[in-house]
Write a protein that binds this ligand. Structure first.
Ligand SMILES: [Zn+2]
Length: 450
């Protein structure tokens, strides 16, 4: 009699769920659980994908979700598969679902170089959140994106856990709970660009995968050509674009996408790499939606013209907005926290527009499609005068903390506000300032008036 299989958490790798199951069984040796889960008990369980499972595991999956959803929501398929040409993408998807193993040849898997093995990554703050919410933590998918170094939710550095993704270590199933310490130092000295890229990649990763044709090289190439008019003139123009792009991309830690030939291969689809595509698209200021639906819209337009009698059948897949709403909400909360500022960061006004901009979302995305995110923003909205008041209070506190004299001039410089705005904020100061801060502000105002 098998103990209960656990239900997978949001964005959890299947591997992680099976590892949690292993712990529940209380088996002393891995071989016992391997026999129960895998059709071949000597197989190395693949943290990123699926293995060939026994009937028991298949029944567990069936009870929980469909095979399609399992691949899309609990494996790294959206990372490796999203930008593949249609037939190759469908073949890889089917191979994964049938667990036949040849998906490795169909997906652009990274080569292991110089004995360097990839390991599962984690965010110490996500782990703490999970433990508080669920009583345990788990391996999250979006931390495993290749090239991501920062948690998109917490903006701290990801850490490397001990579990090898593809390596020669003996087969095992290791839970995140066993690997991630209860207390671990959180590194937040992160470049703004790395945060922006982590956000961008994570959103592309979570965006519903379109199974239609994608010619991503042509889409990026057109975008370069439209921004750099002379780029149509061929290779020399691409080379000059590449130089400008490098000034930007060179700031990304551990970025391997640096060579001109890599860019050329990307534009001809000889090279399909999620990280490189995202980095380039972000530089070209493409929104996440534009990138994820690019090319597909064109195809839909054409097919609509052909078969207008049945538009339902030929359109793009309907978006699962509810799911996008859920998965965007933690990022929206984080952006709100960021906009509200702290002693080092000046508070800014929380608006739908500001949040959309920071998350690189198309305008109106939140108000039209993401009701939970919208509600969260509305809860934190303030008038312009209130935000000015907050900024004045922030400036006074900061000056006091730094041991500097509190003067109107210094407040104006720190807040970058005109005197008229500071005056307009006065009625709202009491909402945000404690008694000593308030007294200090009053003194300055009185001093100015006398
Ligand atoms: Zn995190």
């Amino acid at each position: 009699m098998i103990p209960q299989f656990p239900v997978l958490y949001p964005d959890e790798l299947v591997y992680s769920g099976l590892a949690r199951y292993y712990i529940r069984t209380g088996y002393l040796a891995y071989s016992f659980v391997a026999e129960e889960l895998f059709t071949s008990k000597s197989v190395r369980s693949n943290p990123e994908f699926l293995n060939s499972y026994t009937q028991e595991v298949m029944e567990w999956i069936e009870k929980m979700t469909s095979m399609d959803e399992l691949v899309l929501q609990h494996t790294m398929f959206p990372y490796y598969g999203r930008f593949l040409p249609k037939m190759r993408k469908i073949k890889a998807f089917e191979a994964l679902k049938s667990m036949t193993g040849n998906y490795h040849n169909l997906l652009p898997m990274p080569q292991t170089k110089d004995g360097h093995t990839r390991k599962l990554k984690y965010c110490p703050l996500c782990a703490a959140d999970d433990r508080e919410k669920y009583g345990e933590t788990y391996w999250h998918r979006n931390h495993q994106i290749l090239g991501i170094t920062v948690c998109p939710v917490h903006k701290c550095c990801l850490r490397i856990g001990g579990v090898e993704i593809s390596g020669k270590s003996s087969p095992s199933l290791v839970t995140a709970e066993e690997v991630i310490p209860e207390t671990v130092e959180v590194a937040t000295n992160v470049d703004e660009l790395e945060i922006q890229l982590a956000n961008y990649m994570s959103q592309v990763f979570l965006y519903p995968v379109q199974m239609g044709e994608v010619n991503i090289g042509a889409i990026l190439g057109d975008r370069i050509a439209s921004g750099y008019a002379h780029a149509r003139n061929g290779q020399r123009a691409i080379a000059s674009f590449h130089q400008k792009f490098m000034e930007f991309a060179g700031r990304i830690q551990g970025n391997w996408f640096t060579e001109l030939w890599q860019l050329q291969k990307l534009l001809t689809n000889e090279r399909i790499n999620f990280f490189e595509i995202c980095l380039l698209a972000m530089y070209l200021e493409m929104s996440v939606e534009e990138l994820c639906t690019a090319g597909i819209g064109l195809r839909v337009e054409k097919s609509k013209r052909r078969k207008t009698e049945n538009p339902q059948k030929s359109g793009a897949k309907p978006q699962n907005w509810q799911q996008i709403d859920e998965s965007t909400l933690p990022m929206v909360r984080e952006v709100i926290r960021e906009l509200q500022g702290d002693i080092d960061r000046k508070p800014k006004r929380v608006t739908v527009f500001a949040v959309e901009k920071r998350l690189a979302l198309p305008s109106k995305r939140i108000s039209l499609y993401l009701p939970k995110c919208l509600r969260e923003i509305k809860l934190h909205e303030e008038t312009q005068e209130q935000v000015w008041a907050k900024q004045v209070v922030w400036a006074v506190k900061r000056l006091v903390m730094q041991g500097q004299p509190v003067t109107m001039k210094r407040i104006r410089i720190l807040t970058n506000l005109r005197q008229a705005y500071i005056d307009a904020s006065i009625p709202y100061l009491t909402q945000y300032a404690d008694a000593p801060t308030l007294r200090q502000i009053e003194e300055i105002i009185i001093r100015r008036e006398t």
